[in-house]
Ligand binder design. Structure first.
Ligand code: ADP
Ligand code: MG
Ligand code: ZN
Length: 617
């Protein structure tokens, strides 16, 4: 018999959560939470020294000089304790809390409530959001970190950074460009006397992890001026008016503390093109952006405030933000080249003991495409690996292990993979590897593995890093498409059925072929005309949806035909090459099944080598 599952009606969940929000509000706005009497200034000092602290907020009590201290740790936990003397605790944070978000709130009670107003709203928003999530709650669960962390993101922070240009490796030209800003901030009078104009706003553009934040901090560190920062993403989930108020606050503080740096991270989150939203709901962003523009226009040049902003998407910024007198100077921060990578590695191994077998130059050569943050991560993972082994220094094996972890994801030996699946993966990856080996314009094999990475990939074939050449050629792109098809073709040649495991390969191959036709003019029939449609932008940008395609049905058909032609050609060529190397395919798959992971030398040894192949289209 069937039993009917009883469900609590959704409305009760909502009301319950709203009440919860109200409770949170009352709890927070009361200003006094359960204090921890065992925690003292001494504990705080210790934790600051150990770099465990994320933020400290001191609330002065009306019984001067006592206060309540709210400490938020990097792991998200929180301690609240009573201090007999707020200035003593404040000094502690200033002395030992480099980089810690620090605020001292004064006694005024009404301003306290005002300060917490955003949190009230957030409490309620949280309740509603949680309601929605619960209502839709499905197996795909797992906590939403952002919601749980809402209390942590203070919108502004003041810290005197000690970061210097020497901590920023590579980026030589970028640092040179910022040199005059440093000079100006250190002595604005010198420039004012000469009537020299210094830009108010500079925008740093580049992919994540390339050192934009680091550069901004270094400017303030070099000039010895305060650093005020705010992140565009802080505003995203806020209610109308809060963002604008925060921006106003931020600039008020900056004016009081000039010369100084104001840093707006992820400016694209607030400064997207206006009037582009679908279905409204963007008032908050627009108000915040408008306020930012008002503030930028509101202070004079040479007033000692330099606004630095960072983004990785300059193309989606509202043009108003880039006008003269606003962010009219742009500095591109790119991914590091080999030399840059070696220097970044040097910076991050400076204070870490490293064994003789670690060759930073070699690591630099094998990490093409890594950002500074990736490299930092690589060294950090290696240090953890060394510590786990109770070895007092990092060796090359640590680096290699971490390389796979940072580059591809964690190696998971624990998951038991069915034999059939292992076999398919072994042939699939061997197919890719054979093409990497045989084709002239792609790099040889660095390693092949059938160890699942725990996040979806059953294996991987990693080529040696390419030279840092910027130019992609038609031939090279064709060969990359062939390599993409290697996995599917190997499956097809060996097994009766094919798997879905090649979907990512197919996607990548299609994208490359399409780019060749619509972007690079590699198809004679279509000609050197750009037919990109830009529909990969986030939908709520809305801007391009109205005119997603600026060409007719005929052109669209021709493009599709030309893409298909490239795909078919590459598929056939790739199939020929693999078919001519069936012995290698079997040997490679067997070796993989035995060892799970083989390196480039072991793989190359399977061939009776001839010259590299160069198919022409
Ligand atoms: P972005 O702001 O561009 O996303 P960050 O400045 O936050 O990148 O960089 C993240 C981390 O990566 C830095 O804290 C630093 O450890 C490391 N890093 C990035 N670029 C460099 C560099 N050029 N030199 C040294 N370290 C770097
Ligand atoms: Mg950053
Ligand atoms: Zn594949």
């Amino acid at each position: 018999m069937e039993t009917k599952r009883r469900r609590i009606p959704g409305i009760f969940i909502y009301i319950g959560l709203l009440l919860l929000g109200l409770l949170i509000y009352m709890y927070i706005s009361s200003g006094y939470r359960n204090e921890d009497t065992s925690y003292t200034n001494d504990n705080l000092k210790n934790d600051l020294k150990e770099d465990m602290v994320y933020a400290v907020t001191i609330q002065q009590n009306s019984e001067i000089p006592t206060g309540t201290v709210d400490v938020i740790f990097n792991d998200g936990t929180e301690k609240i304790f009573y201090t007999p003397d707020v200035s003593e605790t404040g000094k502690l944070v200033e002395e030992h809390g480099e980089g810690v978000t620090f605020r001292m709130l004064d006694v005024k009670r009404e301003s306290l409530l005002e300060r917490f107003l955003p949190y009230i709203f957030m409490g309620i928003a949280l309740a509603i959001l949680a309601g929605i999530i619960l209502a839709q709650s499905s197996a795909a669960g797992g906590g939403n970190g952002k919601i749980l962390n809402f209390g942590k993101s203070r919108a502004r922070k003041i810290s005197d950074t000690k970061i210097k240009f020497s901590d920023v490796a590579g980026l030589v030209e970028e640092k040179e460009e910022l040199e005059e800003i440093v000079d100006f901030l250190a002595d604005p009078g010198k420039y004012i006397k000469l009537g020299a104009r210094i830009p108010k706003g500079i925008i740093l553009v580049g992919p994540p992890g390339t050192g934009k934040t680091l550069l901004a901090k270094a400017v303030s560190g070099e000039a010895g001026v305060p650093f005020f920062s705010i992140s565009g993403s802080d505003f995203v989930e806020m209610f109308v008016g809060v963002g604008a108020a925060r921006v106003r606050d931020l600039f008020e503080d900056a004016k009081k503390n000039s010369p100084c740096i104001v840093f707006i991270d992820e400016i694209d989150a607030v400064a997207r093109r206006r009037g582009s939203g679908l279905g409204g709901g963007h008032d908050e962003r627009e108000q915040t952006l408008n306020q930012l523009l008002v503030e930028m226009d509101g202070f004079a040049e040479n007033s000692g405030i330099i606004v630095l902003a960072a983004t990785n998407r300059v193309d989606i910024l509202d043009p108003a933000i880039l006008r003269p007198g606003r962010f009219d100077r742009r500095i591109s921060v790119g991914r590091p080249d080999v030399k840059g990578r070696e220097e970044i590695l040097k910076v991050h191994t400076k204070n870490k003991p490293v064994g003789d077998d670690v060759d930073l130059n070699k690591i630099a050569r094998t990490t093409s495409g890594f950002s500074g943050a990736d490299l930092e991560n690589l060294i950090n993972e290696s240090a953890i690996s060394a510590a786990k082994d109770n070895r007092p220094y990092i060796n090359n094996a640590d680096i290699e292990k971490s390389f796979v972890k940072v580059g591809i994801g964690t190696e998971k030996r624990s998951r038991v993979v069915p034999e059939k699946e292992r076999r398919i993966t072994a042939y699939h990856e061997s197919g890719h590897a054979i093409l990497f080996h045989e084709l002239s314009e792609v790099e040889s094999v660095h390693s092949v593995s059938i160890i699942p990475n725990g996040v979806g990939a059953a294996g991987y074939t990693m080529p040696l890093p390419e030279d840092d050449n910027i130019f992609n050629t038609k031939k090279k792109m064709l060969q990359h498409i062939m390599v993409d098809f290697g996995g599917r073709i190997a499956e097809e040649l060996i097994f009766e059925d094919v798997t879905t495991g090649a979907s990512q390969d197919i996607k990548q191959a299609t994208a490359t072929a399409r780019d060749m036709v619509v972007k690079y003019g590699f198809s004679e029939k279509v000609g050197p005309i750009n037919y990109e449609t830009n529909n990969d932008e986030e939908v709520f940008l809305g801007r391009d949806l109205g005119h997603a395609r600026a060409f007719g049905e005929n052109v669209a058909t021709t493009i599709d035909e030309e893409v298909k032609k490239i795909i078919d050609y590459c598929y056939e060529e790739a199939k020929k090459i693999i078919s001519a190397n069936m012995d290698v395919l079997h040997k490679s798959a067997e070796l993989l099944l035995e060892k799970e992971k083989i390196d480039g030398n072991e793989f190359d040894a399977l061939f009776n080598d001839g010259a590299k192949l160069e198919p022409e289209m």
